[in-house]
Design a protein around this ligand. Sequence first.
Ligand code: SF4
Length: 189
Amino acid sequence: MRTVLDARTASGYGARMRRGIHDVLDVETALAAADTAARLRDRAAASEKFSGPAARRALTAAVNAPRFPGRIVPRTFVKKATAYLAQDGIVLFDNPNALLICAFKRDQALCGPSPDATAPNQYDCQPGCGNAVRTDTHARLLRERADSLDHKAAHAPNPVGKRLKANADRLRTIADTHGATARTAEELT
Ligand code: SF4
């Protein structure tokens, strides 16, 4: 983990426990979002293609995302992190379970975030959401996951095997959709 809170932040956490927990979460979330933005920039630089309704918005957000270099997080960073997370629609969340990047915009989210949420309910990610973005890497991982499910299906009794196979087919369909619709960063921006 790249975050190392400095002693001042740690003592603030102890003195103001409730706010302190939120501060720590904000810092961790902002750093993770900055990492996700950096990964998206790297994939664009590697000529990967992007698909999904939020692809253009995510690429723009990634280019403009703040850089948070270094491993020590000063106390002053808390305000920056909170302000960054409050910008609806430009904070990027990696969702390895759904194999996508979520450019979280509250009023488009299908995962039922609360009215003042600054982050998605990633474990309730829904297909067809307007905040979803996929890259070529996601498509490759979707196919790998589908192959793994097929392998399990071949050794599982029905109806479990059928369900696994159906899931594998669903993942391949998502990967195929990416392949048919993805565009380069240059084409999108
Ligand atoms: S449904 Fe998925 S893509 Fe949409 S906001 Fe929620 S986590 Fe993000």
